[in-house]
Unconditional design. Structure first.
Length: 211
């Protein structure tokens, strides 16, 4: 069965012991409750981790208008960007701020910029199944009070959500090759034989003493 927004909401309603819906636009309380919170909770859960199915790449063009000071370029973010993945590079000077009313990366890095980011995925058939169950549980938790008025049930859903999120992130990690992290400058200098002792203490650079 193809996954849809309604499928996910019905999984949530099932966890609450509620009747299924056919459409989020139905004129009943269950559909209205799901319709109000679905997109917000979906985007929140997408942004919370580097889900493989939501990772995208883009080459950004600089804005025609430079930032007022400190940075030379502003790169407006893609409209579907929920979270920017900063490259593992020492001395990175990227700063995300509002520029001309939209979020942008401010930097001194060139006239184009390659980025990776977590995107807003609106097609639920692209979701990993572990994410689907986790999102359904989050929706159930969110709606629990208004639908059931049961704090006990809400706590049980919170515990289930925590377990499902751990499992989803664990499975997600299995499918990703760990990226090389930038070396601390002290470690990098040691590996290159460029830390040395002077009368002013340990120095980093081209020097004489081995350590």
């Amino acid at each position: 069965m193809a996954i849809s927004n309604v499928t996910i909401c019905n999984l949530a309603l099932q966890k609450l012991g509620q009747s299924r819906i056919v459409s989020l636009d139905e004129d009943n309380s269950n559909a209205r409750h799901c319709n109000v919170c679905f997109e917000t909770l979906r985007d929140k859960e997408l942004r919370a981790a580097m889900w493989n199915f939501a990772l995208k790449r883009a080459t950004l063009a600089a804005s025609a208008t430079a930032p007022d000071f400190k940075y030379s370029y502003a790169f407006p973010l893609p409209s579907d960007a929920l979270r920017i993945i900063f490259p593992p590079r020492l001395g990175l000077d990227w700063k995300i701020e509002s520029h001309e009313g939209s979020p942008a990366i401010l930097t001194n890095d060139g006239s184009s910029l390659e980025i990776r980011y977590v995107a807003r995925i609106t097609d639920p058939t692209k979701f990993d199944m572990s994410f689907v169950e986790m999102l359904a549980c989050k929706i159930a938790w969110h709606l629990c009070e208004v639908i059931t008025q049961s704090n006990t049930k809400k706590q049980a859903l919170a515990d289930e959500y925590t377990d499902l999120k751990k499992e989803a992130k664990r499975l997600n990690a299995f499918e990703r090759i760990p990226e090389e992290q930038p070396l601390d400058s002290w470690i990098a200098a040691r590996q290159q034989g460029s830390i040395y002792l002077t009368d002013r203490g340990w120095m980093v650079g081209a020097g004489g003493s081995d350590y």
